[in-house]
Design a protein around this ligand. Structure first.
Ligand code: PEP
Length: 252
């Protein structure tokens, strides 16, 4: 089954309200009608509404960068899946390496967020990836195996079809050091095999697996040209219209 490429921008904790809307409008003008690739941007949560408004009528969807796993209540500073949906999001990034390694999120917490997002009709972009020391110690397979296995615990086959997996080696995020196309392909193929073991070969073949880590216009085509790389999760290069557009145009 042919998998449609999916390119998403993670704006992280960047932009002002005005910058966010300007960026969104600039993207809508340049690539808002693109149909060959699925597109999304994930602005800071406080700007989700404004960005969703700016992208209305375009083919660029909106995603949140995080959410909590409860409906409501005494969880100061958190946002729920219902809130994220309310302000126009289709996607939510879960398990990003900065959530794991800066905010200390566990595989188990990420799993509860994946389950909650799915039950509330959001499409998770579920991130996994190894640290540099883990790669150097030959532990990449074990690390991503554990992250995927725990992260997908209790996720039915039907719900799994709504997940995008994002392989983001931590040593490549925001560093300018990109995994080589071979390195990315090797891990993506292993992930597909793992998905086949957890679910079945058909599900494994249909799930999109994005690569993330210093993707830019000059390396996107080669990375996304790998047979098991189905798109990109883009950080730094999603903050300028011309950079993100360059990535999208390189792969359509
Ligand atoms: C990311 O934050 O998901 C990411 C891949 O960042 P960058 O593209 O800047 O490496």
């Amino acid at each position: 089954m042919a998998r449609k490429l999916f390119v998403a921008g993670n704006w992280k904790m960047n932009t002002s309200a005005a910058d966010a809307v300007e960026l969104a409008k600039g993207l809508a003008a340049e690539i808002g009608a693109v149909d060959a690739v699925d597109l999304a941007v994930c602005p800071p949560s406080v700007y989700l509404s404004a960005v969703a408004d700016a992208l209305k009528g375009s083919n660029i969807a909106v995603g949140a960068q995080n959410m909590y796993c409860q409906d409501n209540g005494a969880f100061t500073g958190e946002i729920s899946s219902a809130m994220v949906k309310d302000v126009g999001c289709k996607y939510v990034i879960l398990g990003h390496s900065e959530r794991r390694h800066v905010m200390g999120e566990s595989d188990e917490l990420i799993n509860s967020k994946v389950l909650k997002a799915l039950s509330d009709d959001l499409l998770p972009i579920f991130c996994i990836g190894e640290l540099l020391e883990q790669r150097e110690a030959g532990e990449t397979d074990d690390v991503v195996h554990r992250q995927v296995t725990i992260g997908l615990e209790g996720v039915s086959r039907t719900d799994a079809q709504r997940i995008t997996l994002a392989y983001e080696p931590v040593w490549a995020i925001g560093t300018g050091v990109t995994a080589t196309p071979d390195q990315a392909q090797e891990v993506h193929a292993m992930l597909r095999e793992l998905l086949g073991n957890i679910y079945d070969a058909e599900l494994a073949q249909s799930m999109r697996i994005q690569y993330g880590g210093s993707v830019k216009g000059s390396n996107a085509a080669e990375l996304l040209g790998q047979p098991d790389v189905d798109g990109a999760l883009v950080g730094g290069a999603s903050l300028k219209v011309e950079d993100f557009v360059g990535i999208v145009k390189a792969v359509i």
